[in-house]
Design a protein around this ligand. Structure first.
Ligand SMILES: NC(=O)c1ccc[n+]([C@@H]2O[C@H](COP(=O)([O-])OP(=O)(O)OC[C@H]3O[C@@H](n4cnc5c(N)ncnc54)[C@H](OP(=O)(O)O)[C@@H]3O)[C@@H](O)[C@H]2O)c1
Length: 344
């Protein structure tokens, strides 16, 4: 459906995810005729280096998608709501990073390692949604075990980095570090509180049931991608003062039975993961090791002693949510369409 060298547009090109998209397109040598960088009026006219060329950032307008084959959106829900349909109407395949369309039954929600087969059904320009970053990182790790014996219950606790809240949040954490050294009061524009040397509940809205939106995304998006409404999931999402890459503690209860050694073998063979599980050296997944990488790191693999033998496993994972949790996943989705065309 995409030409072998599509015209690509990045909406939100100056943001944390947009910048990562651009660098991943270059790193993976994504075949393309040209790339168009779109942002708000604020950044229009700024210049970005790409593959040795200087590209001008343009203001997003309704005419931005003329001649565009592939539009990668990462400019927030409001922008996606207005412009994704316009891009599709103009003939572009859209991969959207916002939460706008994720739970729309007509919109595929895809992680290639989890439910990439869903992409085979797409034959014309449409919107494809990228899941929430915490969901992607958890499911790359857990889906191989789910396929093997079925997950009955999943309990997730997240340790989420500043980058998950965008470029401005990363800057504010760095600013607070400088302010600490200088003895100045903290700038608290993004989260309204001290972030450095602190840990706090995720900054998304808390609903009447006490769950915040990030936790609900993990629950609902997992069920949609696994096509399994019976799976029981609970989550607690928390911000920690790391700059980049999220960690998650994951406790699983299985429908079937799975020994720790078998879980370890399954995970070692799984796509998109790397086992970091050295008990002797006490070396397990850390955000600084996941940052800038493509894989979800998995460690602390152990049988849950609170459950009957074979019924439960604990994991600790780390993944760069700007890459696999957002930009990389979107580009992996797009690659499927370039390859399909190239193979014909
Ligand atoms: N950060 C993550 O880890 C992550 C992971 C998964 C999904 N996402 C989703 O990806 C999206 C972007 O996140 P981010 O972290 O990259 O945010 P960000 O760093 O704040 O970047 C936002 C981008 O959107 C652009 N933008 C804002 N308003 C716009 C408008 N009215 N018209 C056109 N462009 C506009 C900004 O352009 P200006 O420079 O002109 O302001 C900037 O390029 C969000 O929907 C977020 O939920 C983020």
């Amino acid at each position: 459906m995409l030409p072998s060298e599509p015209v690509v547009a990045i909406v939100g090109a100056t943001g944390a995810v947009g910048e990562e998209m651009l660098s991943i397109l270059a790193q993976r040598r994504f075949p393309m005729q040209s790339v168009k960088l779109l942002a708000s009026k604020r950044s229009a006219g700024s210049v970005v280096d790409f593959r040795g060329r200087r590209l001008l950032v343009e203001e997003l307008t309704e005419d931005s998608f003329d001649g565009v084959h592939l539009a990668l959106f990462s400019a927030g829900k409001t922008v996606s709501k207005q412009y994704c349909p316009i891009a599709v109407q103009a003939g572009a395949l859209v991969v959207d990073n916002s939460s706008c369309f994720r739970m729309d039954p007509a919109v595929p929600l895809v992680v290639p390692e989890v439910n990439g087969h869903v992409l085979d059904r797409i034959t014309k320009p449409c919107i494809i949604a990228n899941p929430n970053c915490s969901t992607i990182i958890a499911l790359v790790a857990v889906t191989p075990l789910h396929r093997a014996v079925g997950v009955e219950r999943m309990v997730v606790s997240t340790y989420q980095a500043a980058s998950g809240a965008g470029a401005a949040a990363m800057k504010e954490l760095e600013t607070q570090a400088r302010e600490f050294v200088a003895g100045f009061p903290y700038t608290t524009k993004i989260f309204g509180r001290q972030y450095l040397f602190n840990v706090f509940s995720h900054n998304s809205a808390v609903g009447e049931d006490g769950y915040n939106e990030e936790e609900k995304k993990l629950l609902n998006e997992t069920r949609k991608m696994w096509e399994d409404n019976a799976v029981r999931i609970t989550a607690t999402c928390v911000r920690v003062p790391t700059l980049r890459a999220h960690c998650e503690s994951i406790n699983l209860t299985f429908r079937g039975s799975l020994k720790e050694a078998d879980a370890r073998d399954i995970l070692a063979m799984a796509p998109g993961v790397k086992i970091v599980d050295d008990r002797t050296a006490n070396k397990f997944p850390e955000p600084i090791d996941a940052a800038g990488g493509d894989d979800v790191l998995i460690g602390r693999i152990r049988a849950d002693l609170s459950q009957a033998p074979g019924k439960g496993i604990d994991l600790f994972v780390a993944g760069d949510q700007l890459r696999k949790g957002a930009a990389q996943n979107a580009i992996q989705i797009a690659e499927r369409f370039v390859r399909v065309k190239a193979a014909v």
